[in-house]
Design a protein around this ligand. Structure first.
Ligand SMILES: NC(=O)c1ccc[n+]([C@@H]2O[C@H](COP(=O)([O-])OP(=O)(O)OC[C@H]3O[C@@H](n4cnc5c(N)ncnc54)[C@H](O)[C@@H]3O)[C@@H](O)[C@H]2O)c1
Length: 348
């Protein structure tokens, strides 16, 4: 493989556009060859800014291009399984946005295919690359707060997603809470064994029409003994509010930043600071670092930093949480990798 990774990006929406810009101009050892989106306006917007990049309305043109070694899949979630499977079979190195798929069977299929073809598949859990989370993880692993016993994760969006997006997303738990499911098992180095979830619509009535919700609380017990709670919400009208707290036997770690710019307005009426508006602002650095990590790991022939199995484990947790919510009952969850290697949810 050359010293520069030739890439293609599939899907130029809110996030794919950002990934494509990053690969086109911000990472020295990456070269963006082509992008794809059936939406001609998005395609034109990108290719007019980056005229050297080819634009295709059909993603298969990207997969068929012999000069492209790696693809970033940022199309709607309900297309991830199909496009990832085709990309693996086309011999591409794959970065797939989260969640890896809509259900566990599809995710197991990708894990099997990844192992069969010794393929490189990375999943877009970018919070692992955020400076706040990476510092916290380093300090946690160094034992600075002792053994972690409790993790609290809060993810509040300022507004619900567009209905068209929500329909294809798998819903609040699969789309949003899955970030914290991945974070909790990554931070705790343990798998969830019990889950209880409640949720519903508190504000965004339009989500009821498509069977989605705007608030969920998920309680998890981990095999190592730690507890975790996850709150997922679309109701933070004040801003984008994401934070995590880890309590250990000798201290605690807090990760989060609600303020946007480091400026404070002070008048006789008091002080005022602006709040984080959106995920692209809060996790700007994380999105950049995960792309850089993807490119470096492919070029250096290393394992992905976030694997297809990580994608599967998070989906098993999300699936069990959804089931608990439907039944109103706590569920035993066996996300431990089984002998056949693919994990399971053993609801009892
Ligand atoms: N990691 C994160 O923090 C994060 C944040 C946002 C979105 N995402 C994920 O990224 C994916 C895209 O989300 P988004 O917010 O950018 O959505 P979006 O709706 O803004 O964009 C999706 C784009 O994909 C295009 N598209 C549809 N079908 C396609 C196909 N077959 N081939 C190529 N392009 C196609 C659409 O025209 C659209 O431009 C979703 O899976 C979502 O869960 C991850």
């Amino acid at each position: 493989m050359t010293a520069r990774l030739s890439c293609g990006v599939i899907g130029l929406g809110r996030l794919g556009f950002r990934h494509a810009e990053t690969l086109a101009g911000r990472i020295g050892n990456a070269k963006l060859e082509a992008v794809s989106d059936p939406d001609q306006e998005r395609l034109n917007l990108f290719t007019s800014r980056f005229p050297a990049v080819l634009g295709f309305s059909d993603y298969r043109e990207v997969l068929n291009a012999k000069n492209i070694d790696a693809v970033v899949i940022a199309s709607p979630t309900d297309t991830h399984h199909r496009i990832t499977m085709e990309a693996i079979r086309a011999g591409k190195r794959v970065f797939c946005e989260k969640p890896l798929t809509l259900d566990a069977e599809e995710a197991r299929g990708i894990v099997r295919e990844t192992e069969k073809y010794h393929a490189f598949v990375q999943v877009g859990f970018m919070r692992r690359f955020d400076p706040g989370y990476t510092v916290a993880k380093t300090r946690l692993d160094a034992g600075e707060i002792g053994d972690p016993v409790f993790v609290r994760c809060i993810s509040r969006d300022p507004a619900p997603p567009p209905l068209e997006f929500a329909r294809a997303s798998g819903g609040l738990i699969q789309d949003l809470c899955i970030h914290d499911m991945d974070l909790s098992r990554w931070l705790l180095k343990s798998e969830a064994v019990r889950v209880y979830a409640r949720g519903g619509v508190l504000m965004c009535r339009e989500l009821e029409e498509i069977g989605d919700m705007d608030h969920a609380d998920i309680l998890l017990n981990f095999a190592g003994g730690a507890f975790c709670t996850i709150e997922g919400s679309r109701n933070a009208r004040y801003g984008y509010d994401v934070w995590t707290e880890i309590v250990g036997t000798r201290g605690a770690l807090f990760i989060g930043e609600l303020h946007h710019t480091p400026a404070v307005l002070m008048t006789e009426n008091g002080s005022q600071r602006d709040l984080m508006p959106w995920f692209l602002d809060r996790f700007e650095r994380a999105y950049f670092e995960e792309m850089r990590n993807f490119v470096d790991h492919v070029l250096q022939d290393k394992e992905p930093a976030v694997t297809a199995r990580d994608g599967l484990q998070a989906i098993l947790m999300a699936t069990a949480a959804k089931k608990s919510l439907e039944t109103g009952m706590p569920l035993a969850l066996n996300t431990a990798i089984r002998r056949d290697g693919y994990g399971s949810t053993n609801e009892r």
